[in-house]
Design a protein around this ligand. Structure first.
Ligand code: SAM
Length: 246
């Protein structure tokens, strides 16, 4: 368990107790425009990153799947189509605005699966319940990433797999261009399309503060996962980490 009193909110150092409330503010603010902004900011690439995650997860009919920080539900919907009527996909998020968009989209697609408001650091599920756990673009927003990774590992059954899709460390030669895009273009796009420059500045800053590929791999091993490996996507803009519960 972490014993730090302060943490990062983007480039700012804040009290641990304040981080969750600030992150909540960001996602309450962006929920209505989240999907549109995702498409614009990534030029649609987030769909390919998620499709790769779904392919790697190899979810089969009858499986139990947990999507942590699932937000507007892209992964949960894809998994729900694969588990069929005998499986379960739990869409979860700490933020009611994001979760309600995700839950509505599941229902609109005719996918009747549970949606639960909960904190990844304190998951309300029994040990060894799930075959797969996923978290896409959620981990970097969490105050105690180590706790969240332990919780996700706890609820996996032996042989189950965790997938962490997250922004990561970009291939160094591309870093100047990526910085220009992140700190000049992104906040302006946020201001114009979502009327919210600050939240998109936080996005760029939080990406820079997130552990790189090797560090996250070690954190997953420390949480008790084995056979941990990662795939760099789009030159490391994003990485998909996979780990097995022994
Ligand atoms: N997974 C979705 C996707 O890939 O489009 C949503 C990602 S969105 C960038 C990050 C999500 O993490 C938000 O919906 C936010 O509410 C959620 N989140 C942040 N901290 C969390 C926590 N401690 N527990 C659960 N969800 C959390």
């Amino acid at each position: 368990m972490s014993d730090q009193r302060s943490t990062h909110f983007g480039f700012q150092t804040v009290d641990e107790a304040d981080k969750a409330a600030r992150v909540a503010g960001v996602f309450h603010s962006v929920a209505g425009r989240y999907d549109l902004m995702n498409d614009l900011m990534s030029a649609g690439l987030h769909r390919a990153w998620k499709a790769f995650t779904v392919a790697q997860a190899a979810v089969r009919p009858g499986m139990r799947v947990l999507d942590v920080a699932g937000g507007t539900g892209d992964l949960a919907r894809a998994f729900a189509r694969r588990v069929g009527p005998t499986g379960e996909v739990w869409l979860t998020d700490i933020n009611a605005s994001m979760l309600s968009v995700g839950r509505d989209r599941m229902v609109d697609d005719g996918l009747l699966q549970p949606a639960v408001l909960c904190d990844a650091e304190k998951l309300p599920f029994p040990d060894a319940y799930f075959d797969r756990v996923s978290v896409a673009f959620g981990l970097r927003n969490m105050t105690h990433k180590d706790l969240a990774l332990s919780e996700m590992t706890r609820v996996l059954r032996p042989g189950g797999r965790l997938y962490v899709l997250e922004f990561s460390k970009v291939w160094q030669p591309l870093a100047p261009l990526y910085d220009l895009y992140s700190f000049q273009v992104l906040p302006r796009l946020g201001a114009r399309v979502a009327g919210d420059e600050q939240s998109y500045r936080y996005l760029a800053e939080s990406i820079r503060m997130h552990p790189d590929q090797e560090t996250l791999k070690s954190m997953m091993q420390e949480a008790g996962l084995v056979r941990v490996r990662y795939y760099n996507l789009t030159a490391g803009v994003v990485a998909l980490h996979e780990g097995w519960k022994p």
